[in-house]
Design a protein around this ligand. Structure first.
Ligand code: UDP
Ligand code: MG
Length: 313
């Protein structure tokens, strides 16, 4: 028999203070998926919103059996919300999508069809980054340069808009790390992958939940959770300084032997300052990794679910 469970799409939607977008996104998505004849569940993960986001999800779930809602005890971040959604997903495949419909929902149908053709990871790839201020764009470029290098794949156009086969979802859920970076991990796991380009849409309602500060934190976190390169950078600087040291050392000895030493107070001060700051920056980088190790070793849960609603919950 044709069992719809074997074709079910679990759509995971992280939502942080998205009260205006819950119902809109539900109506839009339901229409598209119903028309395409795709059996689905919608998993809204309320990431500790302070507005009515969860109340709306709960209300909708009472009349719509496709909706599952989770609510975090506080804001744990989008990555945590994605993983909570993946854990709750019961479908044969799962997709992740933003609540603000900046990820064009019509694309889900093509993604789903690619999955039916046997692809296990269908990645939405940004063909343009939408309208952004140049400062953010430059920051993003730098971030992706780093993370692409670390992951060994071009991540500059990567997004969180993805559809994963059950096998890929299970592989991701087995990752023990406390601070997963979904976008990179879902490429790292391998599997039969295909990319599908999309245009980032304008946000129709509400505002972006990212401040410059939270974006920077997010970037540093993800770089250090995915790559040890900054640590090697410390070694690299160390070697450069060492070469300098040898050259300057020989120079000084020659001057001493030839009796032209003394003076050079400025050089000494400059060297002190440069070396001092380099040592401190290096210690800082090492310290950052140390604190990340500390965090991982405490093995706290990635998130705490406060409430659930929908389907037999
Ligand atoms: N989001 C979240 N937790 C956060 C920040 C954002 O779950 O701490 C969700 C948000 O509700 C949205 C998605 O992540 O569904 C993308 O966020 P946003 O649209 O603010 O980011 P942008 O599109 O500007 O990158
Ligand atoms: Mg957005």
């Amino acid at each position: 028999m044709h069992n719809p469970e074997h074709h079910k799409l679990s759509l995971i939607i992280p939502a942080f203070n998205e009260q205006e977008m819950i119902e809109t996104s539900f109506i839009t998505l339901k229409k598209i998926l119903d028309e395409a004849g795709i059996p689905f569940e919608l998993i809204y993960v309320d990431d500790g919103s302070t507005d009515a986001t969860y109340q709306i999800i709960e209300l909708l779930s009472q009349n719509n059996k496709e909706i599952v809602g989770l609510s975090f005890s506080k804001n744990f971040g989008k990555e945590a919300a994605i993983f909570a959604g993946l854990t709750a997903a019961s479908g044969a495949c799962a997709a992740v999508m933003d609540c603000d419909l900046q990820h064009p929902p019509e694309l889900l149908v093509s993604m789903y069809q690619l999955w039916e053709q046997g692809y296990e990871v269908v990645e939405g790839v940004k063909s343009s980054r939408g309208r952004e201020n140049p400062f953010y764009a430059a920051g993003a470029r730098l971030f992706y340069l780093f993370i692409s290098h670390a992951a060994g794949i071009d991540m500059s156009k990567a997004s969180d808009y993805k559809l994963l086969d059950r096998r890929a979802v299970d592989a991701l859920l087995e990752m023990p790390e406390r601070t997963p970076f979904f976008r990179a991990l879902s490429s790292w796991i391998g599997f039969k992958t295909v990319a599908i380009p999309f245009e980032v849409q304008e946000r129709t309602s509400g505002i972006s939940k990212w401040s410059a500060r939270s974006l920077t934190k997010y970037a540093v976190r993800n770089i250090t959770s995915f790559s040890g390169a900054p640590l090697q950078f410390v070694t690299f600087i160390g070697w450069i300084m060492f070469i300098f040291a040898i050259i300057l050392g020989i120079h000084s000895i020659v001057r001493f032997v030839s009796g032209t030493a003394l003076e050079g107070f400025t050089t000494v001060i400059l060297l002190q300052l440069i070396i001092g700051s380099l040592v401190m920056i290096s210690l800082g980088i090492i310290g950052h990794y140390l604190s990340r190790i500390y965090e991982e070793i405490k093995a706290r849960p990635r998130y705490i679910v406060r409430r659930r609603c929908g389907k037999d919950r």
